[in-house]
Design a protein around this ligand. Structure first.
Ligand SMILES: NC(=O)c1ccc[n+]([C@@H]2O[C@H](COP(=O)([O-])OP(=O)(O)OC[C@H]3O[C@@H](n4cnc5c(N)ncnc54)[C@H](OP(=O)(O)O)[C@@H]3O)[C@@H](O)[C@H]2O)c1
Length: 277
């Protein structure tokens, strides 16, 4: 796989929880064919500088060029960080966003990212004044050419409705943990579909173990010589999601990417959608 990413990758490789293995796993994911990389400037869960090291190794190895990649990173509020902050916590939020972005670009050794995501709003239900300030600062980063697109993560329907009601610019991406027991985040996905927002789903496997091990998924997998994990990713794509995987296993990387070729019958998609909620 090569050539410019247009318009978005169809799978994201997630770099959370990889610590010292981040450079090697990022390079491996690119070697295996991933072109979308998700990270965050949040040392508590991500080693963003290690992602940058993996990218450099891939460029040196002629695996990929910067323009073929879709790099996504995040701004994380102080309460989502540990003591290792990528900004001055006493500075205004708009300055924190600018400092965090500068640090991300240094880590990733690039002058722009493809997508910049608010890691999570400051309240679980409300889109607060702080979020408005951060979102405007993120738009400034976009207008300055430091990111192409914007997203929000860990949002409820109430956040998105409030953004809409307040006339805020809606994001290009929503990135959420996708629980099958909530109809695979049905309400948020429907809002996204209505507003042409791309829904990125994470924890598709880890949050949905009961579905992954369900007999129906096993039978569907057997019938087309695939695996239950591939059925879940194929389902996610069939309902319009852009999935993430953070596998550390090269065979699983191959399997996860191969799930892009699977077309599930419409009836199977409907049944899986309501399997747990
Ligand atoms: N915005 C946020 O707040 C947020 C929060 C969490 C995650 N994320 C993003 O989403 C990415 C993915 O995270 P995730 O929560 O979806 O979980 P994950 O870290 O990707 O974990 C997936 C699990 O599924 C397993 N797996 C993957 N493919 C498999 C296969 N083909 N067969 C069997 N097992 C397989 C992996 O095991 P193996 O390693 O053994 O394959 C791993 O245990 C993260 O790296 C991060 O970038 C974002």
């Amino acid at each position: 796989m090569s050539g410019p990413v247009s318009p978005f990758p169809d799978f994201f490789y997630g770099t959370a929880w990889k610590a010292d293995r981040t450079p090697a796993l990022t390079e491996l994911a690119l070697r295996m064919g991933f072109r979308g990389i998700d990270t965050a400037n949040q040392l508590r869960h991500y080693f963003e500088e290690g992602v940058g090291q993996g990218l450099q190794a891939a460029y040196r190895g002629d695996i990929v060029k910067r323009e073929d990649l879709f790099l996504q990173t995040k701004f994380t509020y102080v309460n989502g960080q540990d003591h290792r902050l990528p900004y001055d916590p006493s500075a205004a939020l708009s300055i924190q966003v600018a400092q965090s972005m500068t640090s991300s670009l240094e880590h990733l050794r690039t002058d722009y990212v493809n997508s910049y995501v608010l890691h999570g709003p400051s309240s679980n239900y409300d889109w607060t004044e702080a979020d408005t300030e951060v979102w405007e600062a993120m738009r400034d980063q976009r207008d300055a050419g430091r990111t192409r697109l914007l997203g929000v993560s860990n949002v409820a329907l109430s956040h998105l409705r409030q953004m809409e009601n307040e006339g805020a610019e809606l994001p290009t991406f929503v990135q959420n943990r996708c629980y099958a027991r909530l109809g695979w985040d049905r309400e948020v996905r429907h809002f996204c579909r209505e507003h042409k927002i791309i829904y990125q789903g994470f924890s598709l496997l880890t949050a949905n173990q009961e579905v992954l091990h369900h007999q129906l998924i096993a039978s569907l997998a057997d019938a087309i010589s695939s695996t239950p994990t591939q059925i879940i990713f194929a389902f996610a794509r069939a309902v319009g999601m852009l999935p993430l995987t953070g596998t550390s296993n090269p065979e699983h990387m191959t399997q996860d990417l191969a799930s892009r070729e699977i077309r599930l019958p419409a009836e199977a998609v409907d049944v899986i959608e309501s399997l747990a909620g």
